[in-house]
Design a protein around this ligand. Structure first.
Ligand code: NAD
Length: 487
């Protein structure tokens, strides 16, 4: 791994010194290359993951294009040197914050959005002046190859981004290689391992981990919209989305109507590979088996499948296109209610009052995203503000991630740190605090010698920070220092 780091560090010297407008010029060229190669990229993502062409185009490619456009427009402002006020005790000086690149950033990516979740953090890191070592998921390596090919076509200088292919051993070895920053997207389990390793060398990290997102449907919700939103939020990308709806809480007053409509609309979804297909397939068999185990556990404990097939009837040898499942009679002890599922399953639970809904929603180790559905905006916002979550959407699902101006990230075990928005760009930088004095005085008041200064600082502390009267004490402090100076 040393060779990769050596090359990344060499490339860093020139890349970090390059004018921002020139760095962003490379990003703009990449945006054009991506648009010129849309069909090829859609095909590669689809054949690597099993997702539908519409999902490859929207969630993976469009998001990257929009992200690049955002970086082109906002990087200069977000990373501009920021003047800050200087307090009165530091009179005569000025203060500012500089955003400087961290160095070599290691980016480790998952397989569910292999294009977006590799490229967006990579491009944000390099826009800020870092160089990147990217390890794509071993489950979707061809998308990693595609990324490096597109970057070559866009003319990026050598080794500004290097793609290193391999599984968890390669990921672990790269972490051992002592990057200056680690940006990890993946499971909680791996996130904890990486965080522990990074801590040995105090390497800072951003961790974008899993979710078990609640969707709360209030009694006054627009039911047709909430049903359609639950369908899309639960089954998008075959449920393999960190922010998919994984716990559906529906108010008692509308529960039966809601579930009837949900079941009916699941029956209208199409599953396949064509441009019109709504659902694709699961990406890999191990994940499908995990979903099956959770369904088994739920059925054993009394849950009921209203759509889809029991796992015993799945034929994973032939196809990973698991039919979408609506599951009712759920209890909180079931694995399907508290473990991340990452499959096309909507477990539905009924609730009676707002307090219970909020308590059920917050009763999770995760806190990535959530949604609240109501036509009463006051009620919706009240509930939203009580949810312990990194983001929350009212009368829609997941889409907070689609606004590049908003920070993205989780609370609790859903992760550490934020990306997207100004804070995302800044997280790939050191914030260096600078204080400037013109250097004309020989000495500062607080410097040596201390003899005779105690009383002055004593009065200054009382005058500045104590109760009234301030002027008297401030005056006394200044008098003390002036007399001392002339004595
Ligand atoms: P994963 O944790 O198994 O693997 C993610 C990446 O980490 C892969 O590239 C893998 O090779 C690497 N890796 C595994 N063990 C490692 C180790 N010990 N050291 C270094 N690298 C290691 O996750 P996955 O199955 O690829 O992805 C699914 C998970 O990702 C889900 O939990 C999902 O919720 C989460 N996810 C989170 C977000 C988010 O933004 N919060 C987005 C997408 C996916």
């Amino acid at each position: 791994m040393e060779a990769f780091y050596n090359k990344a560090r060499q490339a860093y010297v020139e890349w970090s010194a390059l004018e921002l407008s020139k760095r962003l010029g490379y990003l703009r060229r990449l945006r054009h290359v991506i648009v010129d190669n849309l069909d090829r990229i859609v095909d590669e993502i689809q054949s690597s993951t099993g997702k539908t062409p519409v999902e490859a185009l929207t969630a993976d490619i469009f998001t990257v294009l929009d992200g690049i456009y955002h970086l082109e427009k906002h990087t200069a402002r977000a990373l501009k040197t920021q003047k800050v006020p200087t307090p009165v005790v530091l009179m005569g000086k000025r203060s500012y914050i500089e955003y400087r690149p961290r160095g070599v950033v290691l980016i480790i990516a998952p397989w569910n959005f292999p294009f977006q979740l590799s490229l967006l953090p990579t491009l944000t890191a390099i826009a800020a002046g870092n160089t990147v070592i990217l390890k794509p998921s071993e489950i979707t390596p061809r998308v990693g190859d595609l990324i490096i090919d597109l970057m070559e076509k866009a003319g990026f200088p050598r080794c500004v981004v290097q793609v290193v292919q391999g599984g968890k051993e390669v990921g672990a070895a790269l972490v051992e290689g002592r990057p200056d920053y680690i940006f990890f997207t993946g499971s909680v389990q791996t996130g904890k391992l990486i965080q522990a390793k990074a801590a040995e060398n105090l390497i800072p990290t951003t961790l974008e981990l899993g979710g078990k997102d609640p969707m709360i449907v209030c009694a006054d919700a627009n039911i047709a919209r909430a049903v359609a939103g639950a369908l899309w939020g639960g089954f998008n990308n075959c449920g393999q989305v960190c922010m998919s709806v994984e716990r559906l809480l529906v108010h008692n007053d509308i529960y039966t109507t809601f579930v009837d409509q949900l079941v009916q609309q699941v029956g209208e979804l199409t599953q396949g590979v064509g441009c019109d297909a709504d659902l694709g397939a699961m990406t890999h068999r191990g994940q499908a088996e995990l979903v099956g185990a959770q369904i088994h556990d739920a059925l054993k404990q009394g849950a009921r499948l209203l759509t889809g097939l029991e796992p015993d009837k799945w034929n994973l040898e032939d196809s990973l296109a698991i039919a979408p499942m609506v599951l009712v009679n759920i209890t909180p002890s079931m694995r399907i209610w508290h473990e991340e599922t990452f499959g096309p399953v909507l477990p539905v639970m009924v609730y009676d009052d707002e307090k219970t809904a909020v308590a059920l929603a917050n009763d999770s180790n995760y806190g990535l995203n959530a949604s609240v559905w109501s036509q009463d905006m006051k009620q919706a916002q009240r509930i939203a503000s009580r949810l312990i979550t990194g983001s929350v959407v009212i009368n829609d699902v997941m889409i907070s991630v689609a606004n590049p101006n908003l920070p993205f990230g989780g609370v609790k075990e859903s992760g550490l740190g934020r990306y997207h928005g100004d804070v995302g760009l800044q997280s790939f930088c050191h914030q260096t605090a600078v204080v400037v004095d013109r250097g004309r005085k020989t000495k500062e008041l607080a410097w040596y010698p201390y003899a005779g200064k105690y009383e002055g600082f004593y009065q200054l502390s009382r005058g500045l920070f104590g109760r009234k009267p301030r002027a008297k004490q401030l005056g006394s402090a200044f008098l003390h220092f002036i007399l001392r100076k002339h004595s």
